[in-house]
Design a protein around this ligand. Structure first.
Ligand SMILES: [Zn+2]
Length: 275
């Protein structure tokens, strides 16, 4: 998502990054550029970063009843855990923004191949991701890390830029309202196939890398955050490349219900579109 936006906003900066990544990874330039040439199927996926006007200034405390409305008023865990920045269950969706300006304190670059040269994650998630990539490699599957943490400031710049250029209504369809992105938790990773051929497309479902991730990510504490046909539940279209770290026990529990089960369903928290 933001990778395309970065190219649009700062094409020369992105070219520099792309060529740097090329020399590191030895990938063909066509494979890296491909995601930018968004096919029609890419359009709905851009909605991951959709936004709303800044009307939600309520604190989580004031939101409790509404937050738990879809679960009959009872979540699997105490609802505080989903707003606790120390928790691996810190929740970001269109009904539940992150604490204003949240930035994790333990971000680091995972020691894995990257598409763009930088994709920080929180330390525990970075370690789990390194293990996952190594395990995939042992199975003959080459994973490459695309995006990790993104700051609220960056989302602000992005959204402001699009608003100025296209107006807010269009901006809302291609950019995220700052504070609502799963990537701001530092626990979310966009993962590419080995040559970028299906990266950021729903076709990754059929790539060996997408199949491996769907079957094994939970063993390392990651869940597919936006599974197929769960738009109404998560608020986002199918993203077979976006994985979220929640710890091994929880990830296994979610996956064991159904390989396309969601965070919102398992924990009984409200999701879907903005209010
Ligand atoms: Zn993502």
């Amino acid at each position: 998502m933001s990778t395309r936006k970065k190219r649009k906003l700062r094409p020369w900066a992105m070219l520099t990054l792309i060529f740097g990544s090329l020399s590191l990874l030895g990938l063909a330039i066509t494979s890296l550029i491909k995601p930018a040439e968004a096919p029609a199927s890419e359009v709905p996926q851009k909605t991951e970063e959709e936004t709303t006007e800044e009307t939600d200034t309520e604190t989580p405390e004031e939101n409790t009843d509404e937050f738990l409305a879809d679960s009959g008023g009872e979540s699997r865990e105490g609802w505080e855990i989903f707003s606790d920045t120390g928790s691996l269950l810190l929740l970001a969706n269109k009904k539940h923004p992150l604490p204003e300006g949240y930035e994790p304190s333990d971000l680091r670059e995972p020691n894995v191949p990257m598409v763009y040269g930088s994709a920080p994650l929180r330390d525990e998630a970075a370690s789990a991701l390194e293990e996952m990539f190594a395990a995939a490699a042992n199975d003959g599957v080459t994973l490459i890390l695309g995006s990790g943490y993104r700051s609220q400031e960056y989302q602000d710049q992005l959204y402001s830029g699009y608003s100025a250029e296209y107006g807010w209504e269009v901006a809302d369809t291609i950019s995220s309202r700052p504070g609502y992105s799963d990537h701001q938790t530092g626990l979310a990773a966009d993962i590419s196939d080995h040559d970028g051929a299906t990266y950021l497309t729903q076709d990754m479902e059929y790539a060996p890398e997408g199949i491996w991730l769907k079957d094994h990510a939970h063993e390392f504490g990651f869940i597919m955050r936006y599974p197929k046909d769960k738009d109404a539940v998560t608020g986002y279209a199918y993203e077979p490349w976006h994985f979220r770290y929640i710890g091994r026990d929880y990830a296994a529990a979610v996956w064991n219900v159904d390989e396309f089960y969601t965070f919102e369903e398992y924990f009984g928290v409200e999701g879907g579109d903005y209010n």
